[in-house]
Design a protein around this ligand. Sequence first.
Ligand code: GLN
Length: 384
Amino acid sequence: MKTSSARLTGLGTTIFAEMTALAQRTGAINLGQGFPDTDGPDEILTYAADTVRGHGHHQYAPGIGIPELRRAIAEHQHRWYDLVVDPDTEVIVSTGATEAIAASLLGLLDPGDEIVVLEPYYDSYVAMIQMAGATRVPVTLRTPDFRVPLDALRAAITPRTTAILLNSPHNPTGAVLNRGELETIASVAVAHDLVVISDEVYEHLAFDEPHVPIATLPDMRERTITISSIGKSFSLTGWKVGWATGPAELLRSVMGVKQFLSYTSGAPLQPAAAAALGADDAYFEAFRDRLRGQRDLLCDGLRDIGFEVFTPQGTYFATTDVRSLGYTDGIDFCRRLPELAGVVAVPQEVFYDDREAGRPLVRWAFCKRPDVLAEALDRLSALT
Ligand code: GLN
């Protein structure tokens, strides 16, 4: 009996599920998987509860999402980035950013196509590029600052290149692409007539400089699919309400796939997601400030313990080099960490093709309450 497709070869179980299971099994503090331990704003939860209790949102929503949410997404893009998108043809609601990523890659790539991707990669990119039968071409972000090596990016383009897949703020490194990097990437995309798929789920978690969507750069709007979701910005990762915005022609391909993946997504949560996106500026500022404070708490604490820490400019995650504590291999370190210190973290090697570049790197999530971070740091001090 055949039990598996070749499309799954080498994909295994996601590291996030593996590390969360390890935390549950050992009772360790989970600084591995990126989910907050506080839920999103109460008024949004109440709004969702009222919608769920009421009638009118329990049957299939339109495949592209309810008009109210599509309008809220379009307004969000306009309010924050001055991007004008048509809510009827240039917005698609998806089951989390994950589905939008999957549908974009499956809708665009053919076997034999190459797609340039920043590594370390978010793991679903690798899986979906493989399932599309295409080839990923890595451009490696390296310590200490994880800047984009622009010459390597230019050199990665071949006649088979179809697209560039970006993620900024970047998981797992916490790098935020700067204007110079974005301009160079945009000029490469234009020169070679490439599509850019831009994963911006951490758009409201850029701590130093405002987040810049690549779609806002000249000539990029018409070749960029921008992806985000409600999960990170509102501490509602379990809702899995996401979206893609972009030119109608590209979104038709995304929808062409999405309609057969899920057809439609979480109808009862869509009205509340729309309400969340309308939150006032104070909400977004307070949220970013809170996460910045948690970043500083974790990074300072890890540094005091003796880790070399690469302070992230955005996201939920900080990266360390475990060689500073005498370990050489992040995977081995993370497997032993529950026993050594009662904490779980994520080895970054699994996000690289250039395994050497990632071997000593370990990712820690700081989207956890300050008392939990403090307790984790206290436990980790046992390492020295
Ligand atoms: N994005 C989260 C992380 O990077 C996890 C999401 C998932 O488990 N797939 O940790």
